[in-house]
Write a protein that binds this ligand. Structure first.
Ligand SMILES: C[S@@+](CC[C@H](N)C(=O)[O-])C[C@H]1O[C@@H](n2cnc3c(N)ncnc32)[C@H](O)[C@@H]1O
Length: 220
């Protein structure tokens, strides 16, 4: 199990019906079933080939009826409410599209690969309560959001952009993320890179990251 998968599994809590959307290999569902954390689990993937990997891994549980494979876009093929939904390894915009078509699940664990700010804004707009929202590191940096579909929450613009726990109780991983992003921007500015953002945009971003770093250091 990779560090990323272990980090995600540590956020999975007991449920009646669990759904692993974009399951691919199915390792997170195996964790749920082997640890008796759910009564039944749906493994869903838009790609039949990817789903087959999870189906093979979980063959005994599929045969026993505890695990139900579904080839579908998001939660579209799952015909009962799932009280815990995992969507990991997909883009933030794709995750928003999937969740836009259904009532928000009672509890969700989301690990978007990019555009996490768009996902945060969507969740807050839809009335979710966010329980955890932080960056961790496993070779690369990843965002992880755990929340509940109801309860409501308020986020500042900076929290939408960077993640609430990262700003309120910054981890060593988030500090390394800030340092890495600043390093990349300084290198691009030094190379006089012209593709993508303008130099002014890069400078503004660098300044913002420096301000956040200074604020964190001031509280240490
Ligand atoms: C990078 S893998 C992530 C696998 C696993 N969830 C993880 O975090 O390690 C992304 C998987 O999501 C599937 N996928 C992409 N878009 C999807 C969608 N809209 N609905 C269901 N599955 C999707 C892909 O086919 C692929 O198997």
């Amino acid at each position: 199990m990779t560090g990323r998968i272990a980090e995600i599994c540590a956020c999975l809590t007991p449920a009646h019906v669990f759904a692993d959307v974009g399951c691919d290999h199915g390792y997170m569902t195996r964790y749920m079933l082997k640890n008796n954390l759910c009564e039944r689990a749906y493994i869903s993937d838009i790609s039949a080939g990817s789903l087959e990997k999870a189906r093979t891994l979980l063959n005994a549980e599929v045969e026993a009826g505890r695990c139900i494979p579904v080839v579908a876009d998001g939660l579209d093929g799952i015909k009962e409410p799932c009280d815990l939904v995992l969507i990991a390894g997909l883009g933030g915009e794709e995750t928003v599209k999937i969740l836009s078509r259904v009532p928000l699940p009672k509890r969700f664990v989301l690990q978007p690969m990019k555009n996490t700010d768009k996902l945060r804004a969507f969740l807050i707009e839809r009335g979710a309560k966010i329980l955890c929202d932080y960056t961790f590191e496993d070779g690369k940096f990843y965002d992880l959001i755990v929340g509940e579909g109801e309860g409501g929450d308020r986020y500042s613009d900076f929290e939408i952009k960077y993640g609430r726990d990262n700003l309120r109780s910054p981890s060593a991983a988030f500090c390394r993320f800030l340092a890495a992003e600043q390093g990349k921007l300084r290198a691009r500015l030094a190379r006089r890179e012209v593709r993508g953002e303008s130099r002014d945009e890069m400078r503004a971003k660098l300044y913002e990251l420096e301000v956040i770093t200074d604020a964190i250091e001031a509280t240490l």
